[in-house]
Design a protein around this ligand. Sequence first.
Ligand code: AMP
Length: 112
Amino acid sequence: MIDDIFCKIIKGELPADKVYEDDEFLVIKDIHPQAPVHLLIIPKKHIFGMHDATQELLGQAMMVADKVAQHVGVVEKGYRLILNEGEHGGKLVPHFHIHLLGGKALGTKIVK
Ligand code: AMP
């Protein structure tokens, strides 16, 4: 059975600061925020990463990201979506998720 940290949050076994929830997705605040707004868009179904993801899931995740961006008020000034994949991508949690960052000017550098 897969039991990563996001599965535990989805099952209610670990606390999280929830921002949005529907049948398919949970959106929580990142525990180590890198910007004033730092959210994680997480599918409730355990999906490891891009290789498991369907076109439908990717599309839904993007739509949820924009809906939540509107909800938290970062659409007008803008926001950044990040998806870390694999070792070189810096992925830490083995459960598909997209980072939504905003609330300040993030600059033009994607990599420090
Ligand atoms: P990634 O490198 O894309 O796998 O990033 C995983 C993210 O999950 C990191 O930004 C962590 O700060 C965040 N994170 C880890 N555990 C928790 C948690 N319990 N609640 C919220 N965010 C978490």
